[in-house]
Design a protein around this ligand. Structure first.
Ligand SMILES: Nc1ncnc2c1ncn2[C@@H]1O[C@H](COP(=O)(O)OP(=O)(O)O)[C@@H](O)[C@H]1O
Ligand SMILES: [Mg+2]
Length: 240
């Protein structure tokens, strides 16, 4: 069974129609990529699936392991195993990274003892020991925010992870680290979708499948070579 299936998804923001019939399927344990130029609707897809109230589904369906995702409120989607790493992770004053993750893990059925065991491991894996008692994303650099998103992924072990530009603002060392963690998560069974407009991260984590989003529709899909072609010639290669 596919981990995530999206059928003919139409989404609008305000009175603007952004997604116009997206079809997508993600397989468990595989890395997929969603590429598309700025403004093509990549983040809209992730946020609509997460249940962001401004992103209204006009038409279409989505299933997480066969379960009707769009019928659930956002927190139930997360509980069911959907994880979204934000393109722009919000700064949450007054909430420490540790407390945030302790509560999130609790919601995913991980008790306090398990949290106490895996939290130090995750901090070490993401090289974030110094961030343990920092307020969530407050004053983090762009790259640190991205690592903090991956830390959440590492702790929560979701069924489906939509990673919205995990490579933006990230230096080369962090890029390698993020790539390794993504591979580990996929190897452990998570269906991963890397959303990006550059093939760079994909060189470190070759995806099984690449989807291209243009003007609110998936216009092409193929193996990793599609990402390399886009890297060389731009999105013109898929414009018809
Ligand atoms: N909250 C919003 N309000 C108004 N327009 C939005 C909003 N979010 C996205 N859009 C518009 O939707 C289009 C797609 O945006 P987005 O999904 O962020 O694209 P991408 O992530 O591919 O760069 C853009 O034209 C963008 O300006
Ligand atoms: Mg975006």
């Amino acid at each position: 069974m596919n981990a995530l299936e999206v059928h003919d998804l139409w989404v609008r923001v305000g009175d603007k129609l952004i997604l116009r019939g997206v079809d997508l399927a993600l397989e468990p344990g595989q890395v997929h990529a969603l590429m598309g130029p700025n403004g093509s609707g990549k983040s809209t897809l992730a946020l609509a699936l997460a249940g962001h109230p401004e992103y209204q589904v006009v038409k279409g369906r989505a299933f997480l392991e066969g379960r009707d995702l769009l019928a659930l409120p956002p927190y139930e989607r997360a509980r069911a195993g959907l994880f979204v790493a934000f393109q722009y992770p919000p700064e949450v004053e007054g909430v420490k990274l540790r407390e945030f993750l302790r509560l999130a893990c609790g919601e995913r059925g991980k008790g306090f003892c398990e949290f106490q065991r895996i939290f130090p491991q995750a901090l070490a894996r993401l090289k974030m020991e110094d961030f343990r008692d920092r307020e969530l994303n407050v004053g983090f650099s762009g790259g640190e925010k991205k690592r903090a998103e991956l830390l959440q992924l590492y702790m929560l072990r979701p069924k489906v992870a939509l990673l919205d530009e995990p490579d933006s603002g990230v230096d080369v060392d962090a890029m390698r680290l993020i790539a390794e963690v993504i591979k580990e998560m996929a190897a452990a069974g998570t269906a991963v979708l890397i959303i990006t407009h550059y093939p760079r991260l994909l060189e470190y984590v070759p995806p099984e499948k690449v989807f291209v989003l243009l003007d609110g529709r998936i216009v092409d899909h193929d193996g990793p070579e599609l990402a390399w072609r886009i890297g060389e010639a731009g999105f013109e290669v898929v414009r018809k």
